[in-house]
Every structure is written in C-alpha cells, then in structure tokens.
Design a protein around this ligand. Structure first.
Ligand code: ARG
Length: 256
C-alpha cells in the first residue's frame, strides 16, 4: 500500500514538474508567450483593467491570427526580456525593441523591423536652458532613462565621459517622466514617439528639445535559431502591411 502511495506521489511530482518547466505559453494549443515592458506607450502600455495593450500587441495579435498561432503577454522589466528568451521562459519579445543592435543580435533573432524610431531629449515644459542633447553636457545635469534601453546606453555614455553629474537609470519610463515633472532630474532620454505619447497625456508639463539623437528600428525578437517562428512573423508582418491592417493599427495608436 505504502509503495503504491509513494509511486503515485512521485508520479504526481514528475507530472507537475513537467508542467512547470513548460514555461512557454501553452505550446500544444499553439499559444506562445510574449514578454514586454509596459511603460512604453503607445507601443506597450496597460488599459484601465491592467491588461497589456498597445500597438505592439495589436500588431502581433494580427500577425498571429494570420499565421495560425495565439499569443499571451506577460510584463517584465526591460532588462529581463532578453534573458527570459535565453532561459526558454518566453517565446518572443514585443517591446519596441531596437533590432539594429549587434549585442542584442548575438542573443536573440529579430524579425524584419516594423517601426522606424529614434531617441529624443525630454525636459520640463518651462526649461529654457536645455535646447538639445549638447546642452546636457556641462557636467551638472542629472539625466534619466530606462534600464537596458538604447536611451540608457546614451545616458551612461554621457556619465562615463564625465559630461553629466548623474545617470539615473530606472525600471519604468513612467517614473523617468515623473522625475522630470518633479524636477528630480533635468532630462530624460527616451524614444521620440513615446515622449510624444507622454506629452499628450500630460499636456503642458514636458516637451522634447533638439534633434532626434540616433535612428533605430523596432523588431520582434525570438529565441536564437527559432527560424520557424521568425518566418511566420515576417510573413504575417508583410501580409498586415499589404492588407491595410498595419495602417489601421497605426492610425488607432498614433493619430488619436
Ligand atoms: N527602443 C528602446 C530600446 O530598444 C527602448 C525600448 C523600451 N521598450 C519598452 N517596452 N519599455 O532599447
């Protein structure tokens, strides 16, 4: 009797372990797990009920429907996104991520790009001292950005070169923007379309100054070598551009 019980128990354990290690969505039903960081409107944000929504999710859902798979979304901090793919804890990244980054390309594979973007400098509305990137450089400024982003790379470079007083690297771009509004920092380095989205949410509080710093283009990331999924995403993306869905989603999220 005891032996049967032990056997049943260990079987149950093996079974639940195998469920736990199948971390990537529910692959048998064709559901993949996508990870994102949701303080990046209008690409990645949350609705009133806390659901992950945005241009990235709508576009990926349309691609998935076209290609016969489903996607669930989970929020992580931005610096945890690539490690999640590397550890096989997620299937894809939908996070307005610059695909033209050699360090990232060593760790994950990127789809064809779906949005051309660039970095901007955001300051408080009344600030007339900072008129562009070069005005950050007097050695006195505190500059914020989100951890592990292209903006953080620029911010840390300024700090390393001794050109700013402090690099404030935070988990959320929402907090970065709040710090500018509160005058805890002088500026934020952030993607231009995201700066514009925060500006429209807080009219009269913040502004962008100067020219766009660096051009970048966003792609969806998959695990290194997952050619099957990459091909589906690229085929679906092309179809969404050809059939007008991309344009529809663009006006839904960028022209309101
Ligand atoms: N485009 C920038 C990068 O590639 C920032 C992306 C931030 N995305 C986000 N979902 N928080 O690093």
């Amino acid at each position: 009797m005891k032996k049967v019980l032990v056997l049943a128990l260990s079987l149950a354990m093996v079974f639940s372990l195998s469920i736990m290690t199948t971390a990537c969505g529910d692959e048998e039903n064709g559901t993949l797990l996508a990870v994102t960081e949701p303080t990046f409107p209008p690409f990645d944000t949350t609705d009133e009920d806390g659901n992950l929504v945005g241009f990235d999710m709508d576009l990926m859902n349309a691609i998935a429907e076209d290609q016969g798979f489903k996607v669930e979304y989970q929020a992580l901090s931005f610096d945890a996104l690539i490690p999640a793919l590397e550890a096989d804890q997620a299937d894809l990244i939908t996070a307005g991520m610059n695909a033209e980054d050699p360090e990232r390309q060593e760790k994950v594979d990127f789809s064809n790009t779906y949005y051309d973007s660039g970095l901007a400098v955001v300051v408080k509305e009344g600030n007339d001292k900072i008129k562009g990137f070069d005005d950050l450089k007097g050695g006195k400024m505190k500059v914020a950005s989100q951890t592990a982003t292209t903006g953080a790379v620029e911010t840390l470079k300024l700090k390393d070169e001794g050109k700013i007083a402090e690099a404030v690297i935070l988990d959320g771009f929402d907090t970065c923007i709040q710090q500018v509004v509160n005058e805890d920092v002088d500026a934020v380095i952030i993607d231009l379309p995201v700066a514009q989205s925060y500006m429209s949410k807080q009219p009269g509080k913040i502004k962008t100054v100067g020219d766009v710093l660096n051009a970048e283009s966003y792609g969806f990331a998959v695990q290194k070598g997952n050619k099957e999924l990459l091909d589906k995403i690229n085929a679906g993306l092309k179809n969404m551009k050809d059939n007008g869905t991309y344009a529809e989603l663009y006006s839904k999220w960028f022209e309101q």
